[in-house]
Design a protein around this ligand. Structure first.
Ligand SMILES: Nc1ncnc2c1ncn2[C@@H]1O[C@H](COP(=O)(O)OP(=O)(O)OP(=O)(O)O)[C@@H](O)[C@H]1O
Ligand SMILES: [Mg+2]
Length: 482
């Protein structure tokens, strides 16, 4: 467009200067236009480069295996990569702008959790790395993520949002869970198996012990039975024998009265056989034979008490008899020998009501405790002189009583033998625990004792011991109404 109206006439000098001005203006405009065109070109170039850079950045982000997203201070999404857009169910990354987690595929509680986590990271201005969290994705898959969240800052260092990346670790997590479950199952099975194994071992060992006890019981019962016949025969004949002797002695007395002078031969025979002494002693002798027979009878009864086979159910039993019969069975071990004097057994029995129990098993308990006491006394006698041992005799004290509440029978078996260390005391009832040399102890005795008292009779057993002083076992068995 011309700058001046051509109809206006101007003086020549003015016209020349105007023309010059005009040319100058035109030149300026031209250069301005050129600069503008250049600027436009440069802008286009910058825009192109910017676009290329943006595309490259998006390409890089889309190529990464991770999902990437960033949000502003209010947890509103500002951008993401393709992986994230797919998981979120928004199609393309550009659709994320302005959305919050509640607009995306995840569950409400997951969204809440993600936003809480955002808040924490921004408030603390500290990255949280390796957060393992669940996420329901747009294709319905319940995924497990390993997420990193890092606070974003402006140039003055103020937190303006967060950048997040995550990796889908569902396969790994599933494998971990499966492995964990498998491990737990294996652990359970191992525990069950080892319990079954130790149960089997225990019952095998106990069977062997019980078998031994029952073999011993059978043998003793057999001996007691065989003793019965001759003892019965002796007891049965002793009475008549005493009568006959009394009659014969009476007859001799009558002869003597009737024939005071029987002649030299008879008188010298009377003197020879010491008839007066025989008359006095023979009845006593027969009486002591009767005592002997009575004792054999008692022994036989004790043997039978000891060897009683248990039935299915508990039966009333006199514990004092059980203890007595067990002491009798162990008598050979209590006797004096060349190394030590006899072991004293002190019985302090209270009058006990019959106890409902398995008598054979309780006798097994008494047998084990008394055998251990004898072992402990033999151990402590080693290296001591006969005189020393006579001065402080080896002693086992057995006592029975009814507890003060009258609900339990209490049995104490005490020795003044070698005693035990604290460590041994803690372990005595363990299966296979023994301090004895190989071949001497199996470590089963007290484990079986504990089982019989605690499991079979619902009782208790405790040990009190001091090293080099002695040991006491205290058993309590509930007194059930008989
Ligand atoms: N009266 C006691 N005095 C000292 N130690 C004892 C006494 N009774 C038991 N012990 C200790 O407890 C351990 C375990 O006793 P337990 O009766 O279970 O097994 P054991 O006697 O060694 O072998 P066994 O199977 O032949 O009985 C013994 O080895 C011993 O160390
Ligand atoms: Mg033992």
């Amino acid at each position: 467009m011309p700058l001046l109206d051509e109809s206006v006439t101007l003086p020549a000098t003015t016209s020349a200067s105007v023309e010059q001005l005009l040319r100058q203006s035109e030149a300026k405009i031209q250069s301005l236009e050129q600069a503008h065109a250049k600027e436009m070109l440069r802008r286009e170039q910058v825009e192109r480069e910017l676009n290329e850079a943006r595309q490259l950045l998006q390409l890089v982000m889309d190529t990464l295996p991770e999902a990437i997203f960033w949000k502003d201070r209010n947890s509103v999404y500002l951008g993401c990569n393709r992986n994230f857009a797919e998981d979120a169910g928004i199609g393309a990354p550009e659709h994320i702008n302005g959305k919050t987690d509640y607009d995306l595929a995840w569950k409400e509680e997951e969204s809440k959790f993600f936003r809480e986590c955002d808040r924490r990271v921004m408030l603390a201005d500290r990255a949280e790395l390796g957060i393992v969290e669940p996420q329901l994705q747009s294709d319905g898959k319940q995924a497990w993520l390993e997420t990193n969240k890092v606070p974003l800052h402006d140039e003055r260092g103020k937190v303006i949002g967060i950048l997040g990346t995550y990796q889908d670790i569902t396969a790994r997590k599933k494998a971990e869970i499966a492995l964990h479950e498998l491990n737990q199952k294996l652990e359970r099975q191992t525990i069950e198996l080892s319990a079954a194994l130790s149960g089997l071992q225990q019952s095998q060992l106990q069977l062997v012990q019980q078998e031994k006890m029952s073999a011993l019981g059978n043998l003793i019962a057999g001996v007691a039975h065989e003793m019965n016949n001759p003892v019965g025969f002796l007891a049965g004949n002793l009475g008549p024998a005493q009568d006959y002797v009394r009659d014969l002695l009476g007859l001799i007395a009558l002869y003597h009265e009737t024939f005071p002078n029987p002649g030299e031969a008879i008188e010298s025979e009377i003197e020879e056989i010491e008839l007066d002494y025989v008359r006095e002693d023979l009845p006593k002798l027969l009486q002591s034979m009767g005592e002997g027979v009575k004792r054999i009878r008692n022994i036989s009864t004790s043997l039978r008490t000891f060897s009683r086979a248990d039935r299915e159910h508990k039966i009333p039993f006199n514990l004092n008899d059980g203890l007595d019969s067990t002491v009798l069975i162990l008598k050979h071990r209590l006797k004096a020998d060349e190394h030590r004097p006899a072991i004293e057994v002190i019985e302090q029995y209270a009058k006990m009501p019959p106890v409902l129990c398995f008598p054979g098993q309780l006798n097994q308990v008494f047998m084990n405790l008394l055998a251990n006491a004898i072992d402990a006394l033999e151990e402590s006698s080693r290296g001591k002189s006969y005189a020393e041992l006579e001065a402080v005799p080896n002693r086992i004290t057995i006592s029975t009583q009814v507890s003060s509440c009258e609900r339990e029978a209490v049995i104490r078996i005490k020795d003044n033998g070698i005693g035990m260390t604290e460590e041994t005391q803690k372990r005595v009832f363990e299966n296979l625990f023994t301090t004895k040399e190989v071949g001497k102890g199996t470590g089963l005795g007290l484990a079986i004792v504990r089982q019989i008292i605690v499991e079979k009779h619902e009782g208790t057993i405790a040990v009190n011991s001091e090293l080099d002083q002695g040991t006491e076992f205290v058993i309590q068995i509930p007194l059930e109404a008989v």
